[in-house]
Design a protein around this ligand. Structure first.
Ligand code: SF4
Length: 241
């Protein structure tokens, strides 16, 4: 099946060798094939960032029935929460997941990995279970930062759960190109200078080459990941985080 052969290809050569249109066509083809195979068990993870809204737009071109979920936290900026409300009222098939677990004050400073585990990874596990997801679609890109260079378009980190990264090969510039050409609404925080969006205490405006440099500044996670792309997401025998 072609979905799996993509794993074998040279990702770096494709990033540099394909033009914008070829990348868009490839992304659509990946989603189409996965949707043909998984149907309703294919679900888009929408973080409300620019990459996610591009993937959501692509997925909706493949099928208007496409479902999605948003994982939000109590620390998301008000602009992101407002953007989320707008997106959900436009697309009621986007389901919101969050956690109201009690956590120590300023856990994002003392132990950001644990904070992300509780506030992001646990709700995403719940989303995958409740929505009966067998293939989840993300906006991950391999040119995005230091931790994202070895991801593949199709990954299987958990038994019974495929991860599809249909815009893995896109440059940041190509995401903006796609959004502009298709008049896709974006989070207004981008107009303030943010390049990568997350929770308010852990996201800063930065300059320089690294797109994710503004995430978790001053912690061991600086420029890194919240864990949803690196931690197991299927609950095995009821095991927690
Ligand atoms: S991004 Fe920061 S505030 Fe948000 S869950 Fe992670 S550590 Fe906590």
């Amino acid at each position: 099946m072609m979905l799996h052969t993509a794993v074998e290809e040279d990702v770096k050569a494709l990033v540099e060798g394909l033009n914008f249109k070829q990348k868009v066509d490839r992304s659509l083809a990946l989603i189409e094939q996965a949707y043909a195979e998984y149907g309703d068990a294919l679900v888009v993870a929408n973080s409300l960032g620019k990459d996610s809204v591009a993937v959501w737009h692509l997925a909706k071109r493949v099928s208007p029935d496409m479902r999605g979920f948003i994982v939000t936290t109590r620390f998301k900026p008000p602009e992101t929460k407002q953007f989320m409300r707008e997106q959900v009222s436009r697309y009621p098939e986007l389901k919101i997941y969050d956690s109201d677990a009690e956590i120590p004050d300023r856990l994002y400073e003392t132990d950001p990995d644990r904070c992300c585990d509780i506030l992001k990874v646990e709700p995403i596990r719940r989303a995958i279970e409740e929505m009966q997801v067998k293939c989840w679609v993300t906006g991950l890109r391999c040119t995005e930062g230091r931790t994202r260079v070895d991801f593949k378009e199709v990954e299987q980190r958990d038994e019974g759960l495929l991860k599809l990264n249909p815009i893995l090969l896109w440059y940041e510039r190509e995401v903006w190109q796609y959004l502009a050409l298709n008049n896709v609404d974006v989070n207004p925080l981008y107009a303030e200078g943010y390049r990568s969006l997350g929770c308010a205490p852990c996201t800063k405006i930065t300059t320089g080459a690294n797109e994710r440099a503004g995430r978790w500044i001053g912690t061991s996670k600086c420029g890194g990941e919240c864990g949803i792309h690196t931690r197991p997401l299927k609950l095995v025998g009821g095991a927690g985080i």
